[in-house]
Design a protein around this ligand. Structure first.
Ligand code: FES
Length: 169
């Protein structure tokens, strides 16, 4: 069982956090039996926090789901093209850069080398103070190691009528 499917199951059957429905227990038993694992109810429930912990990591930049909105009017740095903010949305550390009057770039602020937060862009580069990695503020690609993997890029859409930016995770 991977934790992605665990989370999807949790989302569809659990209405109150911390309560484990009969459907959820059935799902976990079925998943365990598919893996050839015999588990008790207590062990079954103990699997859940592991999945939830993974989901926390997931929403911090690997493969989360959902979306968040940001009122651009509340972010003075994003009133001008080239402005940027570092902000946590949906439990995800982001750098958001205004690339035009109608477009924004949302990158994970978590350095792919060892997880430090990168700085706001200077001269088109996002730098990580921990070990010196540098990333492009245009698309998150690695400009300088030790990081070898680009910063994750999130889909954005901007409603210029409402001044609301939507980031999809
Ligand atoms: S954590 Fe960023 S360079 Fe090592």
């Amino acid at each position: 069982m991977n934790c992605s499917s665990c989370f999807q199951q949790r989302s569809s059957v659990e209405s109150t956090p911390g309560q484990y429905s009969a459907e959820r227990r059935e799902f976990l038993y079925k998943a365990a039996s598919m893996l050839g694992i015999t588990i008790s109810a207590g062990a079954c429930i103990s699997l859940v926090p592991a999945c939830e912990q993974t989901q926390v990591n997931t929403s911090s930049g690997m493969m989360g789901t959902g979306s968040a909105t940001l009122d651009i009017a509340s972010q003075s740095a994003l009133q001008r093209v080239g402005g940027a903010v570092r902000i946590a949305l949906n439990n995800t550390q982001l750098v958001i850069i205004r690339t035009s009057m109608t477009e924004f770039l949302a990158l994970s602020a978590v350095c792919t080398h060892a997880g430090c937060l990168v700085n706001l862009p200077v001269g088109g580069t996002l730098s990580c103070d921990c070990h010196g990695s540098q990333f492009s503020a245009t698309d998150g690609r690695v400009l300088n190691g030790p990081a070898a993997v680009p910063l994750r890029r999130y889909t954005t859409s901007f409603n210029s009528m409402t001044n609301i930016l939507t980031i999809t995770f």
